[in-house]
Design a protein around this ligand. Structure first.
Ligand SMILES: O=C[C@H](O)COP(=O)(O)O
Length: 252
C-alpha cells in the first residue's frame, strides 16, 4: 500500500526564528504512524539548521528548488550536491510559480529530476493546468505532456520513487479547491500515463499528491480518493496546528 505524503511548502515565508520554532513544535508532535510521511519544504537559508533540528524525528526537510548543474558559474543558484550535503531528503521541482516567474520549462524540470536522482534526493515534481486550459478541455493532455517530459529517461524504479504533485494553477492560493472528484480524475490519468509509458508496477508505487488550497477542512475528502496519496500544501502549512492536522489526516 502507498504511504500518504504530506508536504508543507512554505514558499518565500518565515524568518529564521519562526522557522526554527515551527520545526521545534511540529517535530515532536507528529503522529506515530507508518502510513504517513511529513515533509517541510523550507527556504534554502534554513535547510542545514532545520535538518539538524529534525535529527531523530520523523519530520523530513526538503528544498523548494535547485539547479541541475553540479557546480560552476551560476550566480545565485544551489546545486544538487549542496542540497545532499545539507541533509535534505526531497526537493520540489517545477512548481508552477517557478514555471511562471522563473522560466522553468519541461526540459529544465527533466534535467533537475535526473540530477535529483543522481544525488539520492527524492523529487516532488509539480504539474497542473491553468484555468484557460481547464476550460478548453486540455487538462489531461497538458498534464500528460508535463508528466511524460518530467520522467523521460528515468529508470522504472526511479519513476516509482518519484512523487508527482498535481496542482491545478487556478486552485493555488485562491481558496478554490478542485473538487475531490476533479482532483482524483487527473491523478488517475497521471497514473494511467505512467502505466502506459513506464510500467504498471511503477504506476502502482508512484505517490501522487494533490495541491491547491488544501486545508484541514477539505483534506479528508481529498485523501479518501483512490489515486490521491497526499498533499502539497502552501498556506495551510504555515501554522503548526493546521500542518499537524493535515499530517494526522494522512494516518487514516
Ligand atoms: O506548493 C503548494 C501549492 O502551491 C499550494 O498552495 P496553497 O495550499 O497555498 O494553495
Amino acid at each position: 500500500m502507498r504511504k500518504k505524503v504530506i508536504a508543507g511548502n512554505w514558499k518565500m515565508n518565515k524568518l529564521a526564528a519562526d522557522a526554527k520554532q515551527f520545526v521545534a513544535d511540529a517535530a515532536g508532535k507528529l503522529p506515530k504512524s507508518e502510513n504517513v510521511e511529513a515533509i517541510v519544504c523550507a527556504p534554502f537559508l534554513y535547510l542545514p539548521e532545520l535538518v539538524k533540528q529534525t535529527e531523530g524525528t520523523d519530520l523530513k526537510i526538503a528544498a523548494q528548488n535547485m539547479h541541475y548543474e553540479e557546480n560552476g558559474a551560476f550566480t545565485g543558484e544551489i546545486s544538487p550536491s549542496m542540497l545532499k550535503d545539507s541533509g535534505v531528503t526531497h526537493v520540489v521541482i517545477g512548481h508552477s510559480e517557478r514555471r511562471q516567474y522563473f522560466a522553468e520549462t519541461d526540459e529544465t524540470v527533466n534535467k533537475k529530476v535526473h540530477a535529483a536522482f543522481a544525488h539520492e534526493l527524492t523529487p516532488i515534481v509539480c504539474v497542473g493546468e491553468t484555468l484557460e486550459q481547464r476550460e478548453a478541455n486540455e487538462t489531461n493532455s497538458h498534464v500528460e505532456k508535463q508528466v511524460r517530459a518530467a520522467i523521460a529517461g528515468l529508470a522504472e524504479d526511479q519513476v516509482a520513487e518519484t512523487i508527482i504533485a498535481y496542482e491545478p494553477i487556478w486552485a493555488i492560493g485562491t481558496g478554490k479547491t478542485a473538487t475531490s472528484e476533479q482532483a482524483n480524475e487527473v491523478c488517475t490519468h497521471i497514473r494511467q500515463v505512467v502505466a502506459k509509458n513506464v510500467s504498471e508496477k511503477a504506476a502502482e508505487q508512484l505517490v501522487i499528491q494533490y495541491g491547491g488550497s488544501v486545508k484541514p477542512a477539505n483534506v479528508d475528502e481529498l485523501l479518501a480518493q483512490s489515486d490521491i496519496d497526499g498533499a502539497l500544501v502552501g498556506g495551510a502549512s504555515l501554522e503548526v496546528d493546521s500542518f499537524l492536522q493535515l499530517v494526522e489526516a494522512g494516518t487514516k
